[in-house]
Design a protein around this ligand. Structure first.
Ligand code: FE2
Length: 386
């Protein structure tokens, strides 16, 4: 495909017809983080992000080497896992990368077939198909390596009725902060190294049967200082979207380079989570201590009516209120979207979150890239990493 923004004017359905159906995916099953202290991380996601206690595995359930807390909000399930001794690949992962995403688990009908189809197309094996069972039934999982040390795990749960997976017990807690309205994972972005974007685009096409439906080059994504390139890969039903970023040459160090330096490799840059009421969600998250990037300048908000174009007539939100919270607005052919980005949620400037409310738009806020990156660069400046 040629460079440049692939217009959505063809209709996404048509584009997705190009995707292969050898790997049907029902949805995102869970995202597992390897962290330094899972107990405290789970508390943070409950308190600040409104996740609910769901399941637990650790010493009390017979594990000797790790503890895992599962937290849930609507369709989003996060697993926070930590090592219980120094001789652990989990600990090694944390030592190298800091807290970060290890597993992107995809919910499939048939984990054995998913494994077979992807490995015969060149995927590197992470986990052979493995059956686990308890009194609630059995689950099958398999896995392949993706970018960096990140892995994709295929999860088949059609014969399982338990809370999460065999080996986990229900996590009952007396501390249950209210949800903040996060509903599902809209997309998950990976940062890859220099000249690696097209390698991974091809990997997603060949191994996973995904299609590249949007591309942005460095002439579109740049500021005075830095630039990046991005391509969005999607599966056959268009529900699973993995944009891939690569740094591009600029005057100063781009945020992608900063990530690669501090994560010490390729990995997940951000999780975009959807809400139906971004004003309410963000107001609540701020109250609970989540830090967001600084708001774009007044000039940005002055431009909003122009940017909305034909969608201005059904634009429901109060621009003043969006400005106050620092929420950004973008529009495409099909509608508009509202989005905002947190600061990194670890001390290393690596993974962060995007909160997104789609009002018909199917893009990723390309019109906001410049304002967003300028605001990231203000943070980089403070860190001395620009
Ligand atoms: Fe995003």
């Amino acid at each position: 495909m040629s460079e440049g923004l692939k217009s959505v004017e063809f209709g996404l359905e048509k584009i997705f017809e190009g995707a292969q159906d050898f790997l049907p995916i029902l949805g995102t099953d869970y995202v597992e983080f390897y962290v330094g202290n899972a107990k405290q991380a789970a508390h943070y996601y409950k308190t600040a992000f409104g996740f609910q206690s769901d399941a637990y595995a650790g010493l009390e359930t017979g594990l000797k080497d790790r503890a895992s807390y599962v937290v849930k909000q609507d369709k989003i399930r996060l697993v926070l896992t930590t090592a219980l001794n120094s001789d652990s690949p989990i600990g090694e992962h944390v030592k190298k990368h800091g807290d970060g995403v290890k597993v992107i688990a995809l919910w499939v009908e048939d984990a054995r077939k998913s494994f077979e189809e992807t490995t015969k197309r060149g995927a590197k094996v992470y986990m052979e198909p493995t059956v686990t069972s308890d009194e609630f039934g059995e689950m099958v999982q398999s896995g392949i390596y993706g970018y960096g040390e990140t892995v994709f795990v295929f999860t088949e749960r059609k014969n399982y009725n338990g809370i999460f997976m065999p080996g986990y017990v229900k996590w009952e807690s007396d501390y249950n902060p209210e949800p903040v309205g996060l509903k599902y994972i809209d997309h998950m972005v990976g940062n890859v190294g220099w000249n690696q974007m097209n390698v991974w685009v091809k990997w997603f096409e060949d191994v996973m049967g995904f299609v590249n439906f949007l591309s942005f080059d460095d002439t579109q994504i740049h500021t005075e200082y830095s630039a990046l390139m991005s391509k969005v890969m999607a599966n056959g039903n268009g529900r699973i979207k993995f944009p891939i970023n690569e740094p591009a040459e600029g005057n100063k160090r781009s945020q992608i380079e900063e990530y690669l330096d501090f994560y010490e490799g390729e990995g997940v840059q951000h999780l975009a989570v959807s809400t139906d009421d971004i004003i309410k969600t963000v107001t609540e998250m701020k109250k609970r201590g989540v830090e967001f990037l600084s708001q774009p300048p007044q000039a940005y908000y002055d431009e909003v009516p122009h940017r909305l174009g034909k969608h201005l007539s059904h634009f429901k939100e109060d621009i003043k209120e969006l400005h106050k919270l620092g929420i950004m607005i973008d529009a495409d052919e099909d509608g508009y979207l509202l989005q905002i980005f947190t600061k990194p949620v670890e001390d290393r400037p690596t993974l962060f979150y995007e909160i997104i409310q789609r009002m018909g738009a199917k893009g990723f806020g390309a019109g906001n890239f410049k304002a967003l990156f300028e605001s990231i660069e203000r943070e980089q400046e403070k860190r001395g990493t620009l």
